[in-house]
Design a protein around this ligand. Sequence first.
Ligand SMILES: Nc1ncnc2c1ncn2[C@@H]1O[C@H](COP(=O)(O)OP(=O)(O)O)[C@@H](O)[C@H]1O
Ligand SMILES: [Mg+2]
Length: 322
Amino acid sequence: MIVVKGLHSYFKTEDGLVKAVDDITFELRPNEVLALVGESGCGKSVTALTVMGLLNRKKTVLKGEILFREKRLLELSPEAYRQIRGDKIGMIFQEPMSAFDPLYTIGYQMQEVLKAHTNLSVEDQKQRAVHWLKNIGIPEAEKRFGQYPHEMSGGMLQRVMIAMALMLQPEVLIADEPTTALDVTIQAQVLGLIRNLQKNEGTSVLFITHDLGVVAEIADRVHVMYAGKIVEKGTVTRLFHRPLHPYTIGLLTSRVVKGKKGKELPFIPGYVPRAFELPEGCRFHPRCAQKLPRCERESPPEFLIDHENRVACWLFERGESA
Ligand SMILES: Nc1ncnc2c1ncn2[C@@H]1O[C@H](COP(=O)(O)OP(=O)(O)O)[C@@H](O)[C@H]1O
Ligand SMILES: [Mg+2]
């Protein structure tokens, strides 16, 4: 569905170039849930924003390729990108407030989206919107339809935003920590809903999270990110039973990766390096208990374990380099 090749997303800042995403390659396949996991600050959101075409082009340096159905997204005009966004590729993110205009009811805003992307009559727009509000587990959906964003709790707005993305039935859904702000019951509901969408509609989902528990619940495959790079790729089953990269092992040992920046993980000493002071060689080496001398100098390529599983770590050099 989406192929990302050699993608670099750098920010131009007063402190220099921030290499938020630094040469990543992956594909999102039809009808799968692919999870992107890693600690806060490792480049997950920037990856999502780049794919969605939402980064300010003047303030970023983008290199590489993003293909969606053979279209090169990075070469699209802002107008063409806008059409694909929402229509073909939907996105939900952690912060729901910014998704809504405080001056209009959520029903009005949902209808505006449907007006822009479908040919439904006004009556059918309302029906579709209310249907999806119900679908996402919002009680009294008709009443909610007529309310303003400030009349709703954060968790409720989060669900409305999810309904808004899902009601267009996009081919691809990019979900950036969509359940992090929700309580556990609602989180389970939302995960179930996304899972069903993928099963019933064949939607491909790129699911971004720092929570490995969520990965286990929802994903088919998982990519682990660290400091702007993907360090391990694999099926969920393999990754949980036999993690390879020392960083992945650390994540699994500490189990739930805390999202707070600068917080130390119990089993991985040290912090994610800031994106403009990245270490030479493997970016994880200062925190790695198994580092080799070359890890301080040379960035490891991706080594192929088998066709589904890859790891960027010199400990696996015997594997064939991909
Ligand atoms: N607009 C921006 N300008 C400068 N640096 C940024 C910007 N957005 C993100 N970054 C930096 O890029 C890195 C990756 O951020 P992000 O993708 O948000 O991490 P994650 O989503 O994995 O927590 C961080 O070091 C962050 O500070
Ligand atoms: Mg993020």
